[in-house]
Write a protein that binds this ligand. Structure first.
Ligand code: GDP
Ligand code: MG
Length: 696
């Protein structure tokens, strides 16, 4: 028999749940444990759905579940309910509570609640590097004794302590060591708990489903969900009397009395077992924050940083972009050269114009996208993005939301789909719906290629960063205005007070940045190779067929042939049909067809223009797309295209996710239509006024 043979006859996979406060490093630990690559970010609320991964250790097959981050196990937010229901109903074999050890007292509040649930518990003191830097010294054996749970220090971001953690997991599961928690409330509270437990015990059905002590505590806290589930009059009555009794004695709500006592216990334990070598509470983070979140300076600094990011994206991105562009050009020429020069082959056109022109046109912006995501990842991982949310908090309050809504909005700069999912961190349904509605106004990564194509075509080098910055800013400002409108009309209601938490600043690790950036950039490449490729082929078909007869083309020169081909095609005809509607915005039928394509996915706008302008191109390599654009349109038209693409019709994926998260088609359709109408109206105003001004 090998030594790896499981002992004690455990053959089924065991389930280990990771619980913890947001931003305590749960996902990092989860990734280190399972080798998965889940999204990690230095702000609360990144993990909203639970994730699963497997790992075998010492012959034990372990299923790890990364629960959403929570500060407590009440039933106030979606995350809390998800986490709590999992713990209650799936009954994991062990819960690893990932604790931010540099913030021990606050984190232990959740530990106490986990103990009350009666789950076997293992504490991972993560961020122990940060704790050490802050001069905190833990008496681990004593703390472990006081809390009644084993403790393993870890540094998730450096994968330190992970093996010890795994060893301990296996040990606890195999020995089935049940914890002995030593935490008790004061006599008065314990008496009331005892009374309720007695009543519960009289109902075996109930006592079988829940741990009676936990149930009693939740009833004293007037937990909504639990009160609905326990419908036994005698139990509810006893709980009610208990609550009244505690209120008369303490002069405060029972829930608050219980919370106070938990905090008292935690603070006592920490006084015993945690020593601090640093006296001052003002650490570096606080000093940086004094400037970065300053009342007057905060917003200008945020805007300045954004500006710097866009400058960087353009300036550094230009070189690799040019290389890619020439590579695609070269590839197009190479493929084309396998046919005789004046061949009219359909296959040649599909390959050169449709695929290389369409997908290549999108792919050349990969370096810019990479830099943009790298910069965002840096701001996220360093902890600055959470400050940005904090700064925006004041503004958000004015629009009837709070800073917490800004987190999904920030994610929206990458992609609206995860951003809309991230709105689950909002407790209030109306705030959540409002946030979902305005997220598409946060300019996502897919819209970036449109700007990257148009801005350099029409604007001088020194203005490029500024224009890009302006476009993003217009999106944010519109989002603020729309949110305010929604909160005053359709989605009227109170905002829940919320204290924004600021994570400490951290130097982002190269590995973290790389993972982040690679994941998102790869997503872009994948999308180009699948969705964009598919749509490009369809659009190429629509732009190439039907073909005019030879007689119709007789006597025309190159340029004229191209435009005759386009006019005759389905896309050309559709474009012509809608042209009267979009002409007041400064758009012609070519832009019109590209806009229709962009409804499926925003990048298609770029690929469609690539197709239109490379079709029937006589002289390979003579004109790059931007030169053609410059010849055909004015800077005002260019700007209007960007404005329209920024605001209008969210892509199909966004429509689908809005439908799912808002729970009804009507919201998805409302969002789609309202944004498109808004885009039309604003672009109309800008183009008309702009045309008048430019004539003067
Ligand atoms: P979650 O919200 O609990 O899932 O937290 P994440 O796993 O997303 O981590 C939040 C941030 O903390 C990320 O920037 C991690 O790179 C960082 N982090 C995680 N563990 C440690 C650690 O032990 N030490 C330090 N210094 N940073 C960590
Ligand atoms: Mg997470």
């Amino acid at each position: 028999m090998s030594t790896d043979e499981p002992k004690f006859g455990i053959h089924r996979p065991v389930t280990v749940a990771l619980a913890g406060n947001p931003n305590s490093g749960k996902t990092t630990i989860f990734n280190a444990l399972t080798g998965a690559r889940q999204h990690v970010g230095n702000y609360p609320g990144v993990t909203v759905e639970k994730k699963e991964g497997h790992r075998s250790h010492k012959g034990l097959d372990i299923r790890f579940v990364d629960l959403p981050g929570t500060y407590s196990l009440t039933a106030y937010s979606v995350e809390e309910i998800i986490a709590r229901n999992f713990l209650l109903h799936q009954q994991p074999d062990l819960v690893v509570h990932v604790i931010d050890a540099s913030n021990l007292e606050r984190n232990l509040y959740l530990s106490v609640q986990l103990m009350e649930l009666g789950v076997p518990l293992l504490l991972a003191f993560n961020m122990s590097d940060v704790a050490r830097q802050r001069g905190l010294i833990f008496d681990i054996p004593l703390l472990s004794q006081l809390l009644g749970a084993p403790i393993i220090p870890t540094v998730g971001s450096k994968s330190q302590g992970i093996d010890r953690l795994l060893d301990k997991v296996v040990e606890i599961v195999q020995t089935r060591a049940m914890p002995v928690y030593r935490y008790h409330y004061g006599t008065e509270v314990e008496q009331q708990i005892g009374r309720i437990v007695q009543q519960i015990d009289a109902h075996p059905d109930l006592a079988r489903c829940y741990r009676p002590r936990w149930l009693a505590i939740k009833l004293l806290e007037q937990d909504r969900e639990i009160r609905q589930e326990v419908q036994i009059e005698s139990v509810l009555e006893t709980a009610h009397n208990g609550i009244r009794h505690l209120e008369t004695i303490y002069g405060d709500e029972a829930a608050i009395v219980l919370a106070d006592q938990r905090y008292g216990f935690i603070s006592g334990a920490c006084q015993e077992a945690v020593k601090s070598t640093v006296e001052s509470r003002h650490d570096v983070s606080d000093r940086i924050d004094a400037i970065l979140t300053h009342r007057a300076l905060g917003l200008p600094i945020f805007l300045g940083l954004m500006y710097a990011v866009f400058q960087l994206v353009f300036h550094l991105g230009e070189y690799p972009m040019n290389w890619l562009e020439s590579s695609f050009h070269w590839l197009g020429g190479l493929v084309a050269s396998t046919w005789p020069p004046d061949s009219n082959s359909i296959l040649k056109s599909l390959l050169v114009d449709g695929i290389i022109g369409g997908v290549g046109g999108v792919l050349v912006f990969l370096p810019n996208i990479f830099l943009l995501f790298l910069a965002i990842a840096f701001l996220e991982d360093s902890g600055y993005m959470a400050r940005a949310a904090f700064i925006m908090d004041r503004l958000m309050h004015k629009m009837g939301l709070h800073g917490k809504s800004f987190i999904p909005m920030l994610i929206g700069f990458g992609c609206s789909v995860p951003a809309i999912m991230a709105t689950r961190i909002l407790e209030n349904r109306r705030s959540r719906l409002t946030t979902i509605m305005i997220i598409p106004l946060m300019s996502c990564g897919a819209r970036f290629p449109i700007y990257a194509l148009i801005i350099p075509a029409f604007f001088p080098e020194h203005m490029r960063g500024l224009i890009l910055w302006g476009v993003y800013l217009i999106g944010i400002v519109l989002a603020v205005i729309c949110a305010r409108l929604l909160r005053k009309t359709l989605l009227k209601g109170q905002t829940v007070p919320f204290v924004m938490e600021l994570p400490p600043y951290r130097m982002p690790t190269a590995r973290g940045l790389w993972l982040h950036t690679r994941m998102r950039s790869w997503h872009y490449v994948k999308k180009a190779g699948t969705i964009i490729l598919g749509i490009s082929i369809v659009l190429w078909g629509l732009t190439s067929f039907p073909r005019p007869s030879a007689e119709q083309l007789e006597g025309l020169d190159g340029e004229q042939i191209q435009s005759a081909l386009l006019r005759h095609s389905i896309a050309g005809r559709v474009g012509k049909t809608i042209e009267p509607a979009i002409r007041p915005l400064g758009f012609d039928w070519k832009i019109g067809t590209a806009l229709i394509g962009a409804m499926a996915a925003k990048e298609v706008f770029v690929s469609q223009l690539g197709i239109v302008y490379s079709l029937g191109e006589v002289d390979e390599g003579s004109a790059v797309l931007r030169e053609r654009l410059r010849a055909d349109y004015t800077p005002l038209q260019g700007f209007c295209v960007m404005l329209f693409c920024l605001i209008s019709a969210p892509c199909m994926a966004t429509v689908a996710i809005t439908r799912r998260e808002a729970g009804a088609w009507k919201w998805a359709l409302f969002q789609w239509a309202a944004l498109t109408i808004l885009a039309y109206g604003l672009t109309l105003i800008v183009f008309q006024i702009g045309s008048i001004i430019s004539k003067i």
